[in-house]
Ligand binder design. Sequence first.
Ligand code: HEC
Length: 292
Amino acid sequence: MISISSAKAGAAGLLLAVVLGAGAPAQAEDDGRTHIERQTWTFSGLLGKFDQAQLQRGFKVYSEVCSRCHGVKRLAFRNLVQPGGPSFSEAGVKSLAADKYRVDAEPNEQGKVLKRPAVLTDNIPPPFKNEQEARSVQPGGALPPDLSLIARARGVESETPFYLVPLTMLRDILSAYQEAGVDYLYAYLTGYKEPPPGAKVPEAMNYNAAFPAPHFTGMPNPFAGGDGLVTYTDGTPATVDNYARDVASFLAWAADPRLEERKRLGIVVIGYLLITAILFYFAKRRIWSKAH
Ligand code: HEC
């Protein structure tokens, strides 16, 4: 009897170890699958929140490095001022919009569309007028995607054997895991490595270990300039690792600006349900305490 139950416990423990170990680094050899490491983010979990200073740094990295090729057209300047985001000062964002960006004005009396400085309610204009122009400046003609929703548009391939997938799904639901896209962004931005011997990187392509197999991406390493490329003023070390984390967090916020509000509401709802459950419990005891 004892031996059977301990064997059962052993099997369950093994299963648990397999499930929990599913996130462990894969072997070094390339089997065509891409392993994406999970990162720690301030906004993960049930109580997670964006770190305002990190979003500000992330926006700086986006504007100084990525905005040359990528737009964030779903973001408006006013979003940068709103609470829950980078929350820059209104005056600062107003002058950024007016000094750096030109958008189409309303047609004048002759029907001509002239340009005017951007204002808070404008969306952030993308760097290129259209897809063709965007492609034409890339060496290999690859299209730099708009980054507004990219943190949600990318995920992580499951490395779990199919029969364990329901268990890993359960684990992700219980831990409120929804950062797969951001984990991928971080891995992609820091994924430029020496190609393994034998890999022939095509013309105008770059080897990136995180990009889906065969790991060739049209984007050159945006942080090829190395540490110090972007100046940080809040004391955070200006390293490529931090640039990648900060800009990935910024893009996570851009794709889900209401995350904090949503999580706060979730907690309120859970609290409400708990209180109701307790009230019902006492009500039930009272009702059933007397013989009718
Ligand atoms: C010199 C232009 C250039 C710069 C600068 C640049 N990118 Fe890109 N990016 C590209 C191109 C081109 C692609 C399309 C690559 C492909 O499809 O192979 C791309 C693709 C991407 C993708 C999508 C990858 C995927 O899985 O499809 C992400 C995310 C991305 N860039 C983020 C960034 C971030 C963040 C920065 C700033 C740190 C940045 N890029 C800077 C040109 C650029």
